[in-house]
Design a protein around this ligand. Structure first.
Ligand code: UTP
Length: 225
């Protein structure tokens, strides 16, 4: 039995309100896939996390508390997504260990963040590493890895395939821009690098992309290896 881990960006499930339509479609599509595959889905915080964090940051609230608020948002989104699956957990695991235990029972294990100091990208990389997964799907609101932020720079160019080190340079470069939103955080990339987990960065809203990656190992996004 192999496990495929998906890092589902918060902006995909909760951008302007909860994207329930998308959640229903994703569940239907993944449920149709080979039953020998188990899924670990790590959901981001999206607009809920962002709006709470930015509102409280103005009042000087401690970063550790802000992270806890973000974690709660990710878990709320995870529980919302889990309700669309027939065979998924209804209690959200709070650690990777807990998620691995739960995956013995369910075909779909859905979780959010774990502890302050990182993002759900890192949680997904840890979960993939723990499950000996050879691939990790990073479902984002951008359709791949770009030379710079395509939402800000017209000359940004998509990179079809890149090495871990190149992806780390781009991720670090993105982090230095204030308020920037990088395709994947460097901690997650380092975990993937040490365990040679191939990362597919895909347009998370395109349901066919999940199927293409899982069944054919192909994407119109980017591959990091
Ligand atoms: P996300 O993983 O969604 O953060 O977690 P993000 O990458 O900034 O946002 P998107 O999904 O790409 O839009 C939301 C927030 O929750 C906290 C962090 O503050 C993070 O920014 N968090 C999340 C943690 O502290 N620990 C976790 O394990 C996960």
């Amino acid at each position: 039995m192999k496990t495929i881990v998906i890092s589902l960006g918060g902006s995909i499930v909760a951008s302007d309100g909860l994207n329930t339509d998308f959640m229903g479609k994703l569940a239907k599509s993944l449920e149709k896939m080979d039953r020998k595959i188990k899924f670990g889905i790590v959901v981001g915080g999206g607009s809920v996390a962002r709006s709470y964090i930015s509102a409280l940051r103005k009042y000087g609230v401690n970063d550790n508390i802000l992270d806890e608020i973000g974690i709660n948002a990710t878990r709320m989104n995870a529980l919302a997504l889990a309700s669309f699956f027939e065979d998924a957990n209804s209690r959200i695991p709070t650690t990777v260990n807990d998620a691995v235990e739960m995956s013995r029972i369910y075909r779909f294990t859905i979780m959010g963040g774990t502890e302050p100091g990182h993002t759900t990208d890192t949680v997904s990389a840890l979960l993939a590493e723990r499950n000996n997964s050879d691939i990790l799907i990073n479902a984002t609101s951008v359709d791949g890895v770009y030379t710079s932020d395509p939402r800000k720079e017209k000359k940004a160019r998509k990179i079809d395939a890149l090495g871990y080190d190149e992806s780390l340079v781009l991720s670090m470069k993105g982090l230095s821009g204030a308020g920037s939103n990088v395709f994947m955080d460097p901690t997650a990339l380092n975990i993937a690098k040490r365990s040679k987990i191939k990362i597919f960065v895909i347009n998370g809203l395109d349901i066919d992309e999940y199927k293409n990656v899982i069944e054919k190992g192909e994407t119109t996004g980017s591959v990091i290896r």
